[in-house]
Ligand binder design. Structure first.
Ligand code: FE2
Ligand code: FE2
Length: 342
């Protein structure tokens, strides 16, 4: 409202119209049954990262190189998962501002809670493995550890630029656009955590991956339900934005699900070599990071999955030559356009 000081009550019987978007609805409409079901599942499937069997993790059974390599993967994940609570908090506010129906608000609240759990899980793993709660101020014990810390600093720098772009993007886009970006992250996340679960031998990590993977599956269901609700009436100009967002999302999420494309990620030349070396060390120590080929396969399937969804609504899919998918060429990607999350 323009001014809180202006008085109306002595001039009129009922208050004036409220300017929109305004922060909250005073209504509890409920139309999408699927979303209510997902909300109830989220309550049922609640878990606490702190209560996982951490006492079974004997960090001394690993070499320092292995500890630093596994901690590096959790750190890489944190670049996405530690930004997820504020990212979804921002999205949750948006669902209130646009007066979304009650089950959408509840589902977004549950996503935020889940992402907080994922972030807590990352923090616990890193703290135990490094014996230090912060991978940036940690003093590396090995030569590989030193190079990985340099990688971490660059990842973190890139993540900070993403946050600025995201904050500018959220008010610009409708929920329909936001959901296409979210869905992309969720499809990919659900797959990778399933693989990490299957291929990791440490009980506490397995348990964590199982829970995170289940959460991501619910997030995917939320996105699908909202898209099914909104996409049949999506505007033509919105479709073009979705196509662009998908390409941007591919570039952004590739950093954790595949390998970071240098056209988008501002990273030093030795970054990928260091990361590959760490992944190999972690794999040999029984930590289930998929191989390059498995990641490629994964990522491609996730993209094809998403393409299947967009095809249903005649939304053109972008070309993703990196994984062999042809489609509409999207070139002018820059940070301001990025809104995907993990
Ligand atoms: Fe997550
Ligand atoms: Fe998620």
């Amino acid at each position: 409202m323009a001014s809180h000081k202006e008085r109306f009550a002595d001039k009129m019987e009922f208050p004036p119209e409220i300017e929109q978007p305004n922060v909250y609805p005073l209504s509890w409409e409920s139309h999408t049954k699927k979303l209510q079901e997902v909300w109830e599942a989220a309550l049922r499937e609640n878990w606490e990262p702190e209560k996982l069997p951490w006492d079974t993790l004997d960090v001394d059974s690993y070499s320092w190189e292995e500890r630093e390599a596994i901690a590096y993967w959790w750190t890489l994940l944190s670049v996405f998962d530690a930004s997820a609570p504020p990212v979804f908090a921002e999205a949750l506010i948006k669902t209130y501002e646009v007066h979304e129906e009650d089950p959408v608000r509840k589902c977004f609240f549950s996503v935020q809670r889940d992402e907080q759990n994922h972030e807590i899980m990352c923090g616990l793993a890193i703290t135990k493995l490094l014996g230090h709660p912060d991978p940036i101020t940690y003093e590396p014990k090995t030569e590989l550890g030193k190079r990985l810390q340099k990688n971490t600093k660059w990842l973190y720098f890139n993540g900070s630029r993403y946050w600025t772009g995201y904050k500018q993007a959220v008010p610009k886009y409708s929920l329909a656009v936001l959901f296409s970006s979210f869905l992309m992250g969720e499809i990919a996340a659900a797959t990778i955590f399933k693989q990490m679960y299957e291929n990791s031998r440490e009980a506490v990590f397995k348990e964590g991956f199982k829970n995170i993977g289940r959460d991501e599956g619910r997030h995917m269901a939320i996105c699908m339900a909202v898209m099914e609700r909104d996409y049949p009436k999506i505007a033509e100009e919105t479709k073009a934005v979705v196509t662009k967002q998908i390409r941007a999302g591919y570039l952004f999420l590739s950093a954790v699900l595949f390998e970071p494309p240098m056209e988008f990620w501002d990273l030093p030349e030795d970054f990928i070599a260091n990361q590959r070396e760490a992944e190999e060390v972690a794999r040999m120590a029984g930590f289930g990071i998929p191989t390059y080929e498995a990641k490629l396969e994964n990522w491609k399937n996730a993209m094809l999955n998403l393409k299947g969804v967009l095809d249903r609504y005649n939304i053109p899919f972008p070309a993703i030559p990196e994984v062999g998918i042809t489609g509409q060429e999207v070139s002018d990607i820059d940070m301001e356009d990025i809104i995907p999350v993990f």
